[in-house]
Design a protein around this ligand. Structure first.
Ligand code: PMT
Length: 399
């Protein structure tokens, strides 16, 4: 993780069961080369001892506003002044409410208020606490104050309930932090990304669609934004939140996606087509709900426009990157698609690995040959892909 090398990160740990995961996060950050100092709230020390974090970070852990080791008595200011980022993980509902309202009644909240660096917050709480209107208000306030929210994830919770509120896993938080320090290789560039499935209506309640979750495309949009690009994300229907500082245009069908892509194209330097666009649509979408008759139903399907091929064939085409999900012969099928659509770069993934999953494995095919990106979470892969695209793009500009 070269981007985290020697980066100074203040890790704030607040009171919650997920505090034990912050120990693993500390280990991963240190392993990635970061210089980590840990600050714990009093509640956090009820879950994990400061000694654990001291051993993992190699530094004394700060817990007390009044008994700090800063020799000028200014610990509440000093410790967040010379760091590159402040990350609160886990961030309890109580701490998020304090942050949102500028309450500074312990060392960690005071450091947050006195910071001059970016602040990242990884919420962790029971799903009902997360859904509570008070928490929603606090989170909205933090977002408007440009605090970066990492997660939460959804799933089984320590209380036995299932829902949103789980802290992101340490590896995911590491990927998010790495992204923050990514070189701004696309600064000033406008990047257009498509993501997710398309949905082709049969009638008002039924549609033809596919299993794309949008995760890969959203990760690409997030990584491009972190690399300094102005990003427009044209997305089919997904359940994912819009990445911070990305402009999202929601569409349903391939035809709507084509319209949205064409509308966003002026000024676009790079087009990355990650969406799983339906190749066909029903010849007619019934305005009324189709009735069951008991007889076989035959659907006539018409081909959809190939959005990527159409953009790539324009005389003023941006740098176009395609994706291909294949179930076999990845290299041969991917390269054939790249040639057919006249793309400088295509990204091939195995359907079985890619669709809906959090991890993936990519094979990049360009004029220089193939480059494998080994299995990792989609955000890490997206960051590596954006590095590759930025290199190819700048080489092309020098031609
Ligand atoms: O969303 P996830 O669950 O994270 O899954 C990610 C993914 C598997 C959907 C993604 O990584 C991926 O591989 N997307 C491309 C899927 C595919 O196989 O596309 P295709 O072979 O049908 O099309 C090739 C390229 O042309 C793609 O860039 C596609 O966006 C584009 N295309 C295809 C058809 C069409 N009508 N218009 C297009 O623009």
């Amino acid at each position: 993780m070269p981007h985290l090398q020697a980066k100074r990160i203040l890790l704030g740990v607040t009171g919650g069961v997920a505090a034990y995961k912050a120990a693993e996060l500390t280990r991963l950050l240190v392993k990635a080369g970061a210089d980590v100092r840990v600050v714990m709230t009093e509640a956090a020390t009820q879950f994990v001892t400061p000694l654990t974090f001291q051993a993992l970070s190699g530094k004394p852990v700060l817990t007390n506003l009044w008994a700090s080791d800063a020799d000028n008595g200014m610990a509440h200011i000093d410790y967040s002044r010379d760091v590159d980022a402040l990350l609160i993980a886990p961030a309890s509902a109580d701490f998020i409410a304090k942050l949102a309202h500028g309450v500074a009644d312990d060392l960690l909240s005071t450091l947050c208020l006195a910071r001059t660096c970016p602040l990242f917050v990884a919420p962790a709480m029971n799903r009902q606490m997360w859904d509570n209107p008070a928490t929603r208000r606090s989170v909205a306030l933090l977002r408007s104050d440009e605090v970066m929210l990492l997660g939460p994830a959804s799933g089984a919770q320590a209380c036995g309930e299932i829902g949103p509120g789980r802290m992101l896993e340490p590896a995911e938080l590491l990927a998010q932090m790495t992204l923050n320090f990514q070189p701004k290789s696309l600064a000033g560039k406008r990047v257009l990304v498509t993501a997710g499935p398309t949905l082709e209506a049969l009638d008002p309640v039924r549609a033809l669609t596919n299993l794309s979750s949008g995760k890969m495309g959203y990760a690409v949009a997030q990584a491009a934004q972190a690399a300094g690009a102005e990003v427009v994300l044209v997305s089919g229907p997904t359940c994912l939140p819009t990445p911070a500082n990305v402009q999202r245009v929601a569409v349903r069908s391939a035809a709507e996606m084509a319209v949205a892509v064409n509308a966003a194209l002026p000024g676009v330097a790079i087009f990355i087509s990650v969406a799983a666009v339906a190749d066909y649509r029903p010849a007619q979408a019934s305005e009324q709900k189709l009735k069951k008759t008991g007889a076989p139903l035959t659907l006539t399907l018409l081909p959809n426009p190939d959005i990527l091929a159409d953009v790539a064939s324009r005389p003023d085409a941006p740098f176009c990157v395609g994706f291909a999900a294949e179930s076999e012969n990845l290299l041969a099928h991917g390269e054939a698609k790249r040639q057919r659509k006249r793309l400088p770069l295509i990204v091939v993934n195995r359907v079985q690995d890619a669709l809906g999953s959090d991890d993936n494995e990519l094979l990049l095919l360009d004029d220089a040959g193939s480059h494998a990106l080994p299995r990792a979470d989609k955000l890490t892969l997206a960051r590596q892909l954006i590095d590759h695209i930025a290199n190819l793009y700048s080489l092309k500009k020098q031609e």
